[in-house]
Write a protein that binds this ligand. Sequence first.
Ligand SMILES: *Cc1c(COP(=O)(O)O)cnc(C)c1O
Ligand SMILES: [Zn+2]
Length: 466
Amino acid sequence: MSLDDRAFQRCISPACAATFGPEEVLTGCSRCGELLDIDYEWDRLEVPTRLSEFERAWSERRIPWQFSGVWRFRSLLPFVRAEQAATIGEGQTLLQQADRVGRFVGSNPGRLWLQYEGMNPSGSFKDNGMTAAISHAKAIGAKRAACASTGNTSASLALYAGMAAGMRSIIFIGSGKIAYGKLSQALDYGALTLQIAGDFDDAMARVQEVCHRLGIYLVNSVNPFRLEGQKTVMLRVLEGLGWEVPDWIVVPGGNLGNSSAFGKAFAELHRIGLIDRIPRLAVINASGARTLNELASERGLTWNGGNYDRGLVDRYYAELDASRSKASTIASAIEINRPVNLAKCLRALDVCDGVVREVTDQEILDAKAQVGAGGYGCEPASAASVAGAKRLRAEGVIGADERVVCILTGHLLKDPDVTVAYHSADQKRFEETLGVRGVRTASYANHAVAVGNDFDEIARAIQLYV
Ligand SMILES: *Cc1c(COP(=O)(O)O)cnc(C)c1O
Ligand SMILES: [Zn+2]
């Protein structure tokens, strides 16, 4: 067994705190049903005394796991032998200063950075988690892995299952929105793709049942091993800042796996003594999928030392059911009303003195166009981070001089339909083909200019526009 016996699983409820071995395949505490964390016997492990020690891995880049932007931080997620990790070079992502986008947000020059996770092998941050989950699945001998997905988790699973010899992937998608870039990946990477009648929340509930009853390995973010990999996004952010801690991390919130993993990363780094300060966390919902914002900002739901008000959550979900309200946003990757990692995210907000906001589809698409024009590009959900930062700047919650890192979660090419419809400013097509209402496509539209096949006409157009 390539698993490390200094790693174990523990229920996140302090009142329960049941523990389980690293070889057990669980998606929740078998005693109380809460989510599970991976924890380590830190005093039996060797961890660096300074973050800059991680730079040593750079000189060993020809070793696949040292090249990986996840596994080169192995000593902070030491549940599996790094030599046996399922890696395809994920995490070669960069933190980039983005002054043009910073101006849009309202930050002073040199104060806004974008962490572009779209550069991952399958084009989204999900690969950071998938390499960890599939490494665990391989270590316990799983032959089949499944997930429910709005698109990117399935693309990532299909890719990693394809490279891990002898593993098949099964993907559950809802019958609502799925961006074509993502669907094409799942099909091309050879996953069994099941399109079920229902939305993402339905697919999520169903895949858990199927995995449980058929003994299939589940890689959704209720899988605590997956979130260990996603911690490393924050390590690379720190690395990009010369190991200094920024003031704010801004991230879109869907199933809340990323925000949970980021909070855990900072809590651990602080506890081990590798950072002396924890950045603030802003989690941004889309207005059409605003469960976290409603519960945390409007109804006062907090982690409360692990004793959060479950009744409040249940009542809100009952209200959603009663009004038959379904999540609906152009940002399909965060079109989720029942975030499975809600409790962990509450804990992250507590650890990071966090805030939650929601942004409209209009704000998301306008921010996306600015990210594109700023030299990066991202899919709609990713731009929620930039739109959220802008909103928090306008409110004065984020200061103009504070150091802000927005996470760009997915690649521009994931969802070309939305991008082309927005830039063509073709309102009718936008509404009829994509089914999006109430968004003006014209704000930062950069439409194609029709010209004759004629030199003078082309020259005139160039003179006019550039
Ligand atoms: C999955 C995903 C999200 C949402 O992340 P969570 O961890 O589920 O909150 C946001 N953006 C993109 C592009 C995604 O693929
Ligand atoms: Zn428990």
